[in-house]
Ligand binder design. Structure first.
Ligand SMILES: NC(=O)c1ccc[n+]([C@@H]2O[C@H](COP(=O)([O-])OP(=O)(O)OC[C@H]3O[C@@H](n4cnc5c(N)ncnc54)[C@H](OP(=O)(O)O)[C@@H]3O)[C@@H](O)[C@H]2O)c1
Length: 296
């Protein structure tokens, strides 16, 4: 099996973790391009043997098989423009990016004969923790683009211990949106829960630990049941007075989280099997103009 060689552009959270795991799995990482000086210093410590540069040196191109772009989504169009200066150097290369939302075709201006394009999106949350603390075992990557590039990456990802999902550009957008619900909003909801507990005077050790069995049971339920069947709680039961008490508490103590509660309930309500009267009462509660004179 050949030793595929990568140049990574953007050595941030994703670029750093991929560089680490590619190296560990026996691939070559022949250079990292990173504009941030602070990040270059961190990369120097993490990967003392990998050459670093602020811009892509042309001589790096013949010495790699794949140029993997891991810069923020908004920086990709300008980077593509810059990379056009290197077009004459591409020969049998794979050009790819890790953006969740952008299609492989954003790289189309770089396409020449025998150059294959892909988008390679890890469905994962990369934090600022050290790269070695991120395991890619079992992580899904959604792949889209030229058939040759997608097949090439399927082999690379499998060797990294990851799993592949070949998708269309439209499906890819939906996967990214769903990932925001699964990850970012989940974190947002946990922040809301902890603000509620803090507001009620509970100390930090009790902001998470007492709730972990509840969270774990919910995740277990979700692994075997559709979400509406896994749902429990006052909305599912149609306990109008309990929902009203929650809303009153939020209105008084944490008004910025009030619309979060009502928006989630309103989105769930049409899927719930409730008697029409309960549904009507709940709907009225969510639509009510909650102001000082409006006693719930
Ligand atoms: N983080 C995640 O969990 C995650 C998961 C899946 C996919 N992704 C995707 O992966 C990509 C990178 O995300 P990230 O979270 O790793 O971003 P990040 O931590 O901000 O890292 C990106 C790095 O690229 C640098 N950069 C910007 N423009 C550059 C250029 N022209 N040449 C070289 N370096 C450049 C940035 O420097 P400056 O800070 O100076 O701009 C930054 O250090 C994005 O497309 C994102 O959608 C992220």
């Amino acid at each position: 099996m050949g030793k595929e060689r990568f140049v990574i552009i953007g050595g941030g959270r994703v670029g750093g973790v991929l560089a680490y795991h590619l190296q560990t799995a026996g691939f070559g990482v022949t250079g990292i391009v990173e504009t941030s000086e602070q990040r270059r210093r961190r990369l120097q410590t993490l990967f003392p043997q990998i050459p670093l540069s602020q811009n892509l040196p042309s001589e790096w191109i013949p010495a790699c098989d794949c140029l993997l772009i891991c810069v923020p989504d908004d920086a990709i169009p300008a980077l593509v423009q810059q990379l056009q200066a290197h077009r004459t150097f591409w020969k049998h290369h794979i050009l790819a990016h890790t953006s969740g939302i952008l299609p492989a075709s954003i790289l189309q201006p770089l396409k020449t004969a025998f150059v294959y394009l892909a988008s390679v999106h890890p469905i994962f949350s990369f934090s600022t923790r050290p790269p070695s603390q991120h395991s890619l075992g079992g992580v899904y990557f959604d792949l889209e683009g030229d058939r040759e590039a997608v097949a090439w990456f399927r082999s690379v990802i499998t060797r990294l211990g990851g799993r592949c999902l070949t998708v269309t550009a439209r499906q890819k957008k939906a996967i990214h949106l769903a990932s925001v619900f699964y990850s970012n909003f989940l974190v947002g909801i946990v922040e809301g829960a902890q603000q509620i507990l803090k507001q009620a005077g509970l100390s930090p050790p009790f902001h998470l630990e007492p709730f972990l069995p509840l969270v774990q049971a919910t995740l277990e339920n979700l692994s075997t049941l559709p979400p509406i069947e896994a749902l429990t709680g006052p909305l599912k039961r149609g306990d109008v007075s309990t929902v009203r008490a929650h809303l009153e508490w939020l209105r008084q103590h944490l008004p910025s989280w009030f619309p979060v509660y009502t928006a989630i309930c309103q989105a769930l309500l049409p899927s719930l099997d409730l008697p029409p009267e309960k549904r009507h009462q709940l709907n009225r509660l969510f639509e009510k103009p909650w102001n000082g004179s409006d006693t719930p």
